[in-house]
Ligand binder design. Structure first.
Ligand SMILES: [Zn+2]
Ligand SMILES: [Zn+2]
Length: 122
């Protein structure tokens, strides 16, 4: 008797897609994962809200939370993005200013073509 005779073969499933069961319904396959708590739920147990899936308790908690003020975490992220945009804009302006200074500093005889005659001896 070998080990393969004792241990049953693994349940066949789709490769790459682990079989998930709804937390509440053992016999139902989970169709989505709650964004808030990360639990796997079947289609009936999740609610889609703003392109995100929530289980019933999390959705209720979110509705209660939405009534309150906006999360400071999000505001902070938004301000950081605005700061980064302003910083890159400043770099662009300074860069163009420096480029303008360099171009203005080039002697005008470079543009009238005489420098090339001098270089090639004509
Ligand atoms: Zn949840
Ligand atoms: Zn369910």
């Amino acid at each position: 008797m070998t080990v393969a005779d004792v241990i049953p073969p693994p349940v066949p499933g789709r490769p790459g897609a682990p079989r998930r069961r709804c937390v509440r319904h053992e016999d139902r396959e989970a169709s989505g994962r709650c964004t808030e708590c990360g639990g796997a739920f079947c289609r009936e147990c999740v609610t889609e809200h703003e392109d995100r899936l929530y289980c019933a308790p999390c959705f209720a908690a979110r509705l209660a939370g939405a009534a309150r003020a906006v999360r400071p975490k999000r505001d902070w992220r938004r301000w950081r993005a605005a700061g980064a945009t302003a910083g890159s804009m400043l770099c662009l302006v300074v860069g163009f200013y420096a480029l303008g200074r360099v171009l203005a500093a080039i002697p005008p005889d470079l543009h009238d073509g005489t420098i090339w005659k001098d270089t090639f001896g004509r």
